[in-house]
Design a binder for this molecule. Structure first.
Ligand SMILES: [Zn+2]
Length: 400
């Protein structure tokens, strides 16, 4: 058995470099003293790390920050965003989305492709499609494949009609890039952690609604996976076993089958008439929540009948998750949460279901609900860039 003797000096160096890079991404720009203050290290120690990172062209000096008549001016530092790029793929049952980002997670280009028919995938066909579209996207943005550090794939859980391992190794062979794949809700939670939330937000729940429902549990800055990598699958908790709904996992009464956006679209389609424009895209189950929230405010009985029970199921589940896991906050992601009227209804319900002494801090994610591929790019940036303290990107840039 290997004994854990703690971090050696090389591990510590990687960890400190990694923290400097993460800080610069979240704060955009900082002085050496600013970094030292955040990290609780001496300015001399930070200056050594910064000198190394500048030498390796991973970060650069940006300009001077005026600090007033008495203080000395500070030189600001920023990440060298042109260090390299990342390709990301979000794979769903009915469409795929490709994205190119720089190493700071900034979007350079995207491409959406809807599948013509919904059936079993032919993996070879899919690999060819993804590889060709990736090369085309790089070409359109004038990016050489040599400056791409890796390929991330995020996919919806419980996809039994597609072999993700086969797709991953096929893309790796076709494009010559290392591929990292992960469940899409976890990948988006990692984006929140690495690029958006501050460094103190290391215990939270990330809940994604639309078209299905999923949750990621983050504790001490780590994503909790569970023994079978199924931790957080709240969409597949049984809410009503007598319900007349069969979930994509094959069981009856899963929460996701009761509240999914596809079910909402079906109900609206059945009614038709003046409600039809609420469906923006039938295949992708995109709903005009702005119009829906106006109808809810005007107490439209049909729309209320569609949403009321679904909001209730969702609120109960979030409340139960808060009670079970006691997070610092809950970050909710999805187009539905961007409508204040709807969000207020859900939060009010959550508060009625949790004990008075428990706080429900709900934060709406700023991430674009229409761009799931951002999470997939994060997988590569996290593994290749952050976790190696930038060393791997330097090595790769030298090989190229
Ligand atoms: Zn299920």
């Amino acid at each position: 058995m290997k004994l854990d003797k703690g971090l050696n000096s090389s591990d510590m160096k990687i960890r400190n470099r990694s923290r400097v890079l993460k800080l610069l991404i979240k704060k955009n720009e900082l002085s050496r003293k600013g970094i030292a203050d955040y990290m609780g290290l001496t300015k001399a120690a930070i200056s050594r790390i910064v000198a190394e990172l500048i030498d390796e062209k991973i970060i650069k000096e940006k300009g001077i920050q005026e600090t007033g008549a008495l203080g000395r001016n500070k030189i600001l530092l920023e990440l060298n965003k042109k260090l390299g790029y990342v390709l990301g793929l979000s794979l769903c049952e009915d469409h795929l989305m490709l994205i190119i980002t720089d190493v700071s997670g900034g979007i350079v280009g995207t491409c959406l492709h809807e599948f013509e028919y919904h059936t079993d995938f032919d993996e070879m066909e899919m690999i060819n499609l993804i590889a060709n579209k990736s090369l085309q996207l790089l070409w359109e943005h004038g990016i050489d494949k040599c400056s791409v550090f890796g390929f991330g794939i995020s996919y919806i859980g419980e996809m039994d009609n597609i072999n993700i391992n086969m797709i991953s190794s096929g893309i790796q062979n076709r494009l010559g890039l290392s591929v990292i794949a992960e469940n899409n809700v976890r990948a988006l939670a990692m984006y929140e952690m690495d690029f958006v939330r501050d460094l103190t937000s290391n215990n939270f729940l990330f809940i994604k609604y639309g078209p299905g429902l999923g949750m990621t549990i983050v504790q001490n800055e780590k994503v909790i996976e569970g023994i079978n990598s199924r931790a957080g699958e709240i969409g597949h908790t049984i809410m009503d076993s007598a319900a007349d709904t069969t979930c994509r996992c094959g069981r009856r009464g899963c929460l996701e089958s009761l509240i999914s956006e596809k079910g909402v679209v079906k109900d609206i389609e059945k009614k038709g008439g003046l409600y039809s424009p609420l469906i923006l895209n039938n295949k992708l189950a995109l709903i005009d929540y702005r119009q829906a929230s106006i109808m809810i405010e005007n107490k439209d009985q049909f729309i209320l009948s569609i949403f009321e029970k679904r909001f209730d199921y969702l609120a109960k589940t979030i409340a139960n998750a808060i009670i079970l896991l006691d997070p610092g906050f809950v970050c909710v992601y999805g187009a539905i949460f961007r409508q204040k009227i709807i969000l207020d209804i859900i939060i009010k319900k959550i508060n009625t279901y949790i004990a008075e002494n428990i706080e429900s801090k709900i934060i709406v994610s700023d991430l674009d609900p229409g761009n799931l591929a951002l999470g997939s790019a994060t997988l590569v940036i996290r593994n290749v860039f952050f976790n190696s303290g930038g060393y791997r990107t330097v090595q790769m840039a030298q090989v190229q």
